[in-house]
Design a protein around this ligand. Structure first.
Ligand code: PRP
Length: 210
C-alpha cells in the first residue's frame, strides 16, 4: 500500500477555509469540489492509458487515451458525493458506482446500507472518494469490498486523515495494490472518533444533519 500526502499551498489554503466552523454549506461544498480536483491530479497519476495515433494540422503523432475498461469512481455516501463532480470533471469517461456506508456513532463500526456497483470489477481501476479517514473502518471496508469483487487496483482519495486511522488502514490492507492520496494528516483522533483539529462532520457540513 502506498500513501501520498499532497503538499501544496493552494490545498492548505483551501483546507484552512474548509476547517473554519464559520464557513457556510454552499462555500464548504465548492471547496470540497475544488480540493477534489486538486487531489485528483495526484490521485490519477497511475490511471491506465494506451497509445493512440492522431493527426495534428502539422504532422502525425502518438498520444495516449484512457484505456478500457474505463476507470470506476466510487464515492462513499454521503460525504464522498461532495467530491464526485470534482473528480468527474477530470475523468469524464469514467463510470460511477455508489457505496453507502455509515458509522455507528457509539461503536464507530461501519455498516454498508447501499451498493450500486458492477458485479464484476475484474481488471477495473477503482477510485474511492471519501473526505474523511477517521478510524479507517469505513475506508478499509469499502476497499476490501471492491477487491473482493475483483478490482485490481484501488486508489482512495481523502481530504483529511487521522494518523491512527491511516495506520489501521495500512495494517488491514498491507501488501495490497492500494494507493491512498490525502490532502493532510491531522494530529489525532478524539474519544468520539473525530479527527482533531479536523473540520467536524463532513456529511453534515455538506448536506445538513440527518
Ligand atoms: C464519515 C466519513 C467517513 C467515515 C469516516 O461518514 O464521511 O465515511 O465517517 O470514519 P471512519 O474512518 O472512522 O470509518 P458518516 O458515517 O458520518 O456518514 P455520512 O458521510 O453519511 O455523514
Amino acid at each position: 500500500m502506498r500513501v501520498h500526502v499532497a503538499d501544496h499551498p493552494l490545498i492548505t489554503h483551501k483546507l484552512t477555509v474548509l476547517r473554519d466552523e464559520n464557513t457556510p454549506s454552499p462555500l464548504f461544498r465548492s471547496l470540497v469540489e475544488e480540493l477534489m480536483t486538486l487531489l485528483a491530479y495526484e490521485g490519477t497519476r497511475n490511471v491506465r492509458v494506451e497509445p493512440v495515433e492522431i493527426q495534428t494540422p502539422v504532422a502525425t503523432t502518438t498520444g495516449v487515451r484512457i484505456s478500457d475498461p474505463k476507470p470506476l469512481i466510487v464515492p462513499i455516501l454521503r460525504a464522498g458525493l461532495g467530491m464526485l463532480e470534482g473528480m468527474v470533471k477530470l475523468l469524464p469517461s469514467a463510470e460511477v458506482g455508489f457505496l453507502g456506508m455509515a458509522r455507528d456513532e457509539e461503536t464507530l463500526e461501519p455498516t454498508t446500507y447501499a451498493e450500486r456497483l458492477p458485479d464484476d470489477l475484474s481488471n477495473r481501476q477503482c477510485f474511492v472518494l471519501d473526505p474523511m479517514l477517521a478510524t479507517g473502518g469505513s475506508l478499509s471496508a469499502a476497499i476490501e469490498f471492491l477487491l473482493k469483487r475483483g478490482a485490481t487496483d484501488v486508489t482512495a482519495i481523502c481530504i483529511l486523515a487521522a494518523p491512527e486511522g491511516l495506520k489501521a488502514v495500512e495494517e488491514a490492507l498491507h501488501g495490497l495494490d492500494v494507493t491512498i492520496v490525502l490532502g493532510a494528516v491531522d494530529e489525532r483522533l478524539n474519544e468520539h472518533g473525530f479527527i482533531v483539529p479536523g473540520l467536524g462532520d463532513a456529511g453534515d457540513r455538506l448536506y445538513g444533519t440527518v
